[in-house]
Design a protein around this ligand. Structure first.
Ligand code: HSE
Length: 297
């Protein structure tokens, strides 16, 4: 039996749109054994969305892609999927599914493709690399696409940081959340986001969180996306008042992510209560950074 485990991820982290991403200790696990026909059995989050063995199943589409690119025939497999990652909530569930399929396939092909190529395949399927890279390599990553190649760096997220995620009870498809974004930015907006992204990374690198709340205050996409999350500004305010170091929309949303050194439960409670005041029920997750990325046994 082969087991593939892929972490959830939170992309953007405020100012790093399509750039920054953080791997979280919440996982999609796929067990694969050889079988006469291909089948997929799902347990956990999103069972109803995922319970199919056709190409809408992203695990199978990742698996098919890697075999197709290698010019080989896909073997028939019995897949058992255990998923902890909420689907359609801005926590990298689709990247995790694609990566599970790609890496399972590459393992079956005796590591036919180099890690660099695997990253490119995952990012191409997603359309951006900010979830795919941390899901593959773990930790906090910053990615750069340069002449069609993807480059990344990892920064160590301090162990004492707890990541609080408020997961609203509704889904927000990434395409819908991207449709509302502006086509162009002004120079002033671009400069502001470069400043914030650099400040965020330098603050984390130096373990100096004094300006994290300001650095995570994105003004290029959050203002357009917050229409989808009732009480978004109030949730950010309440988390800040409860002691969060910084707060932002997680990926394309609707989840909201907060970083804390202390009192995570107070922060989580205030986020849930504020969402509830806007008639949104939510689940609060208290997570740590995953440092391993995708793992195969
Ligand atoms: N950077 C992406 C976005 C992440 O914000 O649209 C979502 O997959």
């Amino acid at each position: 039996m082969i087991t593939v485990r892929v972490p959830a991820t939170s992309a953007n982290l405020g100012p790093g749109f399509d750039t920054l991403g953080l791997a979280l200790d919440l996982f999609l696990t796929v067990e694969a054994v050889s079988a006469p026909t291909t089948s997929c059995q799902f347990y956990g989050e999103g069972k109803h969305q995922l319970d199919s063995a056709d190409n809408t199943n992203l695990i199978l589409s990742g698996l098919n892609q890697v075999f197709q690119e290698a010019g080989e025939t896909v073997p028939t497999l019995k897949l058992t999927v255990n998923n902890q990652i909420p689907i359609g909530k801005g926590l990298g569930s689709s990247a995790a599914a694609i990566i599970a399929g790609l890496f399972l396939g590459n393992h079956l092909l005796n590591q036919h493709f180099e890690p660099e190529r695997m990253i490119k395949m995952a990012a191409d399927q997603e359309g951006h690399a900010d979830n795919a890279v941390p899901a593959i390599v773990g930790g906090l990553t910053t990615v750069m696409k340069y002449e069609e190649k993807i480059y990344y760096q990892q920064i160590k997220m301090p162990e004492n940081i707890t990541i609080i995620v408020a997961v609203p009870d509704f889904e927000l498809p990434t395409y819908k959340s991207r449709q509302v974004l502006p086509e162009t930015l002004t120079l002033a907006q671009s400069v502001a986001n470069v400043q914030k992204a650099c400040m965020l990374l330098a603050g984390i690198f130096n373990r100096d969180f004094r300006y994290m709340n300001k650095a995570m205050d994105d003004q290029i996409y959050q203002p357009y996306r917050k229409q989808f999350i009732p009480g978004f500004d109030e949730v950010l305010n309440s988390a800040g008042k409860a002691g969060a170091l910084g707060v932002a929309l997680s990926g394309a949303g609707p989840s909201i992510i907060a970083f804390a050194e202390e009192h995570p439960e107070m922060i989580g409670r205030s986020m849930a209560e504020t969402l509830a005041e806007h008639n949104v029920s939510s689940q609060i997750l208290y997570l740590k950074t995953n440092h391993t990325g995708v793992q195969i046994d």
